[in-house]
Design a protein around this ligand. Structure first.
Ligand code: HEC
Length: 242
């Protein structure tokens, strides 16, 4: 009796270790399971034509463009090889040992990819198998990673500016003005320029000279303790005149 109990204590950890290693062997199918996989298609696989459309239609919304369900990204060949929570999703040259193929073929109904939506057809699985068997060719430049908004990147337009050609903005506009026969406006003093920029950019007027003067007077009055008496005229001063 005593011996049996201690054997049980020995067996339990052993079983746990075996169960653990079973998990790690995901993607290694038994010969019977492997026989059930759709056969690899024949002929050379072209990534852009044969594989990209499958990923785009069925996988990218969960494994690309910034998404990584199961910690698995299909962004590039490198992220595919790296795999997700269960390790590498593909074994180059060995489709029957690739977790990805096991999942898309639906051998285990509880573990099928795509997780939602239409299952892949036997022909599509066969194409993915052929692609893996042929060493996963992946056209350079194709990525399913999240795309950066192009307009956030600083651009440096190629414009030859002359050091003696005046303000760079005037230089850029000169060609346009010449082409459209527009006489460029004369240079203006800073205040006028600031006012125009205000009107153009925020549609509001810069405080005008009178108002600025009135404000200054107001502040002076406050300082001298005459705020109440002077408040009226200061307020009534014409607003926003240039
Ligand atoms: C609707 C979302 C969704 C779609 C679409 C989808 N997946 Fe998944 N995928 C998941 C989730 C969630 C997991 C995490 C495991 C789980 O919950 O089953 C996962 C896990 C995986 C894994 C295992 C990652 C790991 O290491 O554990 C692989 C490989 C995979 N998906 C491949 C694919 C492929 C290939 C496609 C397209 C044919 C696809 N998935 C489409 C949601 C999706």
């Amino acid at each position: 009796m005593k011996l049996r109990f201690s054997l049980r204590f020995l067996l339990l950890p052993l079983l746990l270790v075996l169960a653990g290693s079973g998990d790690r062997a995901l993607g290694k199918l038994s010969p019977e399971q492997a026989a059930k996989l759709p056969p690899a298609t024949t002929g050379k696989i072209d990534f852009s034509q044969d594989i990209k459309p499958i990923f785009e239609a069925s996988c990218i919304k969960c494994h690309g463009r910034g998404r990584a369900k199961g910690d698995f990204r299909l962004d590039t060949r490198a992220t595919l090889l790296k795999g997700g929570e269960s390790g590498s999703a593909v074994a180059p040259g060995k489709s029957q040992e690739s977790l990805l193929i096991e999942m898309v073929s639906g051998l285990d109904p509880d573990n099928v990819m795509p997780k939602k939506g239409k299952k892949l057809t036997a022909e599509q699985v066969g194409r993915l198998r052929a692609w893996i068997d042929q060493g996963l060719p992946w056209d350079a430049g194709i990525t399913f990673a999240k795309l950066e908004p192009v307009n956030f990147k600083p651009r440096q337009p190629a414009i030859a500016l002359k050091s003696n050609g005046g303000n760079p903005i005037d230089q850029i506009l000169r060609a346009y003005f010449q082409q459209n026969k527009i006489a460029p406006a004369k240079p203006v003093e800073d205040r006028v320029f600031a006012r125009r920029a205000y009107l153009d950019v925020i549609g509001a007027r810069v405080p005008g000279r009178d108002r600025l003067a009135a404000r200054r007077r107001g502040i002076g009055c406050l300082r001298r303790g005459h705020a109440r008496r002077q408040k009226g005229p200061a307020r009534a001063a014409p607003a926003g005149r240039q």
